[in-house]
Design a protein around this ligand. Structure first.
Ligand code: IPD
Length: 287
């Protein structure tokens, strides 16, 4: 009998490769940019075209499966995660990078059943790196198995984080205050690829020890989260509890010890959840 969800993984890889080609071609031409929740929350026609390409292709092969896609939600579709098999898609994770030709842009595809990530595919399309993971079967990049860093000392670590697209004064204060504390632990360095999915793959690859962010969406992290756990890492909320993928807060690390030391530095805040009712969806960061 074929291994469970191998057909889903194969399909996700094939469609991510097609999507990556569209993204690379679009980089050679003018990119028409629009905005979503704010003047710095960018979207392009390529994001929309790639999401449609992925959804159409999956529907033909898996007609009973459900979808949560970044651009479909932006267009008013609900962001409801049920126990049914569900594909969670970010057609271009790193849209700002894409607009500016900063070379870290990923197609991110997660597949969940019973709200658990079974398959994750992150295609870093300008680096031509295909990251894949299947629950219980490991994580791989271009066929090579991934393993998180074995560093146990936070002072010898690199931590990745992002500023995201929230410029609310209170939130920005907390983001800077947390960052100052992390930098001054001190750590070896702080980095950010401009793509949550790629940051998670960097943790899985052992290049950075940890990544945290408040303000991500479920489509940014669903696939990359599995990459981290399958490479031996841990996931948690930025305040140390269990990760809730709809909460828009994530901390990923190579081990629990490093994760807990970062938790101690973070001044948390609570963004509007991804699964909030649609009328509240674009009202970010209530007090
Ligand atoms: C964004 C990127 C970015 C992160 C933001 C995300 P998008 O996703 O992952 O690194 O800081 O929080 O929303 O908009 O490029 O798909």
């Amino acid at each position: 009998m074929a291994e469970q969800w191998q057909d889903v993984l194969d399909h996700a890889v094939a469609v991510a490769q097609k999507a990556g080609k569209v993204v690379r071609e679009a980089l050679q031409s003018d990119r028409k940019v629009s905005t979503k929740s704010s003047s710095i929350d960018l979207v392009t026609q390529t994001d929309q075209k790639v999401e449609q390409l992925i959804i159409q292709s999956v529907k033909e092969t898996f007609p009973a499966h459900r979808f949560i896609g970044e651009e479909s939600v932006a267009a008013g579709e609900p962001c409801d995660l049920t126990d049914e098999p569900t594909w969670i898609i970010d057609p271009i994770d790193g849209t700002t990078n894409f607009v500016h030709t900063f070379p870290f842009v990923a197609v991110s595809i997660g597949f969940l059943v019973n709200k658990q990530v079974e398959v994750g595919v992150v295609y870093s399309c300008l680096e031509d790196k295909m990251f894949v993971a299947r629950r219980g079967k490991g994580a791989f990049c271009n066929g090579k198995q991934l393993r998180v860093s074995d560093q146990k000392d936070i002072h010898c670590s690199i931590v990745a984080t992002e500023f995201g697209s929230n410029r609310d004064g209170g939130a920005v204060e907390k983001i800077f205050s947390s960052l100052r504390k992390v930098v001054c632990l001190p750590v070896h360095g702080v980095r950010g690829a401009g793509s949550a999915a790629i940051n998670l793959c960097l943790v899985a690859s052992g290049c950075v020890e940890a990544y945290y962010e408040i303000g991500v969406h479920v489509w940014d992290v669903a696939a990359g989260a599995l990459m981290v756990t399958e490479a031996g890492g841990v996931l948690m909320d930025v305040e140390g509890g269990a990760l809730d993928m709809m909460s828009r807060r994530i901390l990923a690390a190579n081990n629990r010890h490093i994760a807990e030391q970062i938790v101690g530095q973070i001044q948390a805040f609570t963004p509007q959840r991804d699964d909030a009712p649609p009328q509240q969806h674009r009202r970010f960061y209530p007090k």
